[in-house]
Each structure stands twice: as structure tokens, then as C-alpha cells.
Design a protein. Structure first.
Length: 297
């Protein structure tokens, strides 16, 4: 199954970053609180998801949001099945905004063991991938977390990530492989040495004709992921903000040429439900511009 070449070229060569708009069950209340909506303002999942969808709609329909600076957007499954501006969400992103659509497919994390949190099982994955592809989704995102420098744990994370990546590639989609390193990890730099070694070994097994995207924590050593950026089986290396403030994340990103942002919390920082549309669009424009500049630095 061939992927959309125009979208592939946008991600490979376009100037800009990927917006992560995929907060799900566990992280939604926190995202809403930062947006100025307290938990007392809603009851139950339906109301909560309606409010977070309204926030996402406000972001993607804003004149500040578009393919000039935003290359792609990662959606939560409910968002993929919803609409923006009265149009199917996936079609709206690509046709109206020129933004490449991705889907978060993971169901969250297992409890920590051997210093890592693996992906929970993903029931019905084949059906979800087929549905996503039929809707025009380009790729997927799946996140696990590394918290300690445990070689066995790190190997398990990578084995699971690449097994899933092969399943996604077989479905005609491009996986975003995301083995996040906790920015508070005591041995963060040592973890990154082990992680890069493991990534390179597994990337060498992939066909460069069907490359993957890597989503990584900004490294302790500037430019440390250059070999990954240059690897023929890597379409793009993107960075998560990982709890850094937007200013900190942008400053670190700018020191890693060839790596672009895929920020979530750092993108929505400073946006609030109480802002007028003019204030909101101005704040979003400033956020997007700063992340765009750091991504092309």
C-alpha cells in the first residue's frame, strides 16, 4: 500500500513542526486546567472531551494555524472521528490547512518495570489502522517512557516500538516511534547513549523505502541525534517538549539542527478559554512562530 507522496515530502523537506494535539483520557483534565477550564466546569467524560475538542477546534481553525509553519498534527482517536469547521477533521487538516494528519494509536502506559513503561496492548489495532488510512491519515504515534539506565528495559521498549512500527508500515501508514526519556531521569545522558545505540541497530534493519519518524526527548548533548537525523530509514526526527517550558524547549531545540518540534503542552502554553478570539489568535501566532523559528534554526 503506497503512502501519500505529497504528504511524505512535506514531512521530509517542509519547513515547520508537528503540533501534538493528542491529549487523551489521563492528560485531558490537566490540559483543560492550563487552558483555564477547571474540573468543576464539567462532569463526566462526554463533557470533558467536548470541551477539549472545542479547544483543539479553536487552535486548528485559527488563521495562525496552517501548513506555512505547521507541517503536521497528531490527533486523538476521538478527534479523528470528529470535525473541524463543519468538515471531517482529517480532511479539514489536509485540504483546508495543508497540515499532514497523524493519529495517536497507543492506549497509554503499563506500570513501570526495569526502569521503563511499555505500551499497553492495543486491541483492535488492525481495524483502527485501516479506518485511519481510509480517512486519509498519514501516520501514527505511539509513546513509551524510559526512566532509568537499564539496558534490558530500554531494549524491551525499542523491541516493542519497532514491532509496532512494522505493523503500522504494513498497513500503509508511517509510524512515529516515541521512546520518551523522562527529563527528570537521574542518568538522562547515559540513557541517551544506550537509546541511540539501540535505535541505530534497529533502524539498520528497516527498508529506507519505508522510513519511520522518531520522536525523542531533547538530548543532554547538543546535536547528539545527528546520526539519527541522517539515517536513510528515518523520515524525520522530531522532539517532544517533555515538561520543559516553551522557552526552554525552543532554546534546546535550536541547538539540534535537523530536528523539529512536536510539542503539545509547550504549544498550548499561554492559551486560555477566557481570551477573546483576537487575543487567542495573537497568542497562538506568537507560540507557533517561536516554535517554527526553533525548528528551522
Amino acid at each position: 500500500m503506497s503512502i501519500n507522496q505529497e504528504q511524505k515530502n512535506r514531512i521530509a523537506t517542509g519547513q515547520g513542526f508537528i503540533a501534538a494535539l493528542d491529549q487523551s483520557g489521563g492528560s485531558t483534565p490537566k490540559a483543560l486546567k492550563l487552558y483555564g477550564i477547571d474540573e468543576s466546569a464539567y462532569s463526566g467524560d462526554a463533557e470533558m472531551f467536548a470541551l477539549v475538542h472545542a479547544m483543539r477546534s479553536r487552535i486548528v481553525t485559527s488563521p495562525a494555524f496552517g501548513g506555512g509553519r505547521v507541517l503536521g498534527a497528531i490527533l486523538f482517536e476521538r478527534t479523528m472521528d470528529d470535525s473541524f469547521g463543519g468538515k471531517d477533521a482529517v480532511a479539514y487538516l489536509w485540504e483546508d490547512k495543508g497540515v499532514v494528519p497523524f493519529l495517536k494509536i497507543d492506549k497509554g502506559l503499563e506500570d513501570e518495570a526495569d526502569g521503563v513503561q511499555l505500551l499497553k496492548p492495543i486491541p483492535g489495532l488492525d481495524a483502527l489502522l485501516a479506518r485511519a488510512r481510509a480517512k486519509g491519515v498519514f501516520g501514527t504515534k505511539e509513546r513509551s517512557v524510559i526512566k532509568a539506565n537499564n539496558a534490558g528495559g530500554i531494549a524491551r521498549v525499542l523491541d516493542q516500538q519497532f514491532e509496532l512500527a512494522r505493523q503500522v508500515l504494513a498497513a500503509g501508514l508511517v509510524p512515529i516511534v516515541e521512546p520518551e526519556v523522562d527529563i527528570k531521569a537521574a542518568e538522562k545522558q547515559a540513557i541517551e547513549v544506550e537509546l541511540k545505540k539501540g535505535l541505530l541497530a534497529r533502524l539498520d534493519q528497516l527498508d529506507p523505502a519505508t522510513p519511520v519518524v522518531l520522536k525523542l526527548t531533547l538530548p543532554s548533548v547538543d546535536g547528539y541525534f545527528q546520526e539519527l537525523v541522517d539515517h536513510p530509514a528515518v523520515l524525520k526526527v522530531v522532539a517532544l517538549s517533555g515538561g520543559y517550558s516553551r522557552d526552554d524547549a525552543n532554546a534546546k531545540l535550536a541547538k539540534n539542527p535537523g530536528v523539529i518540534a512536536s510539542f503539545s503542552r509547550a504549544l498550548t502554553e499561554g492559551l486560555s478559554a477566557q481570551q477573546s478570539d483576537a487575543e487567542f489568535n495573537q497568542a497562538l501566532d506568537a507560540a507557533i512562530e517561536s516554535i517554527y523559528r526553533a525548528s528551522i534554526a
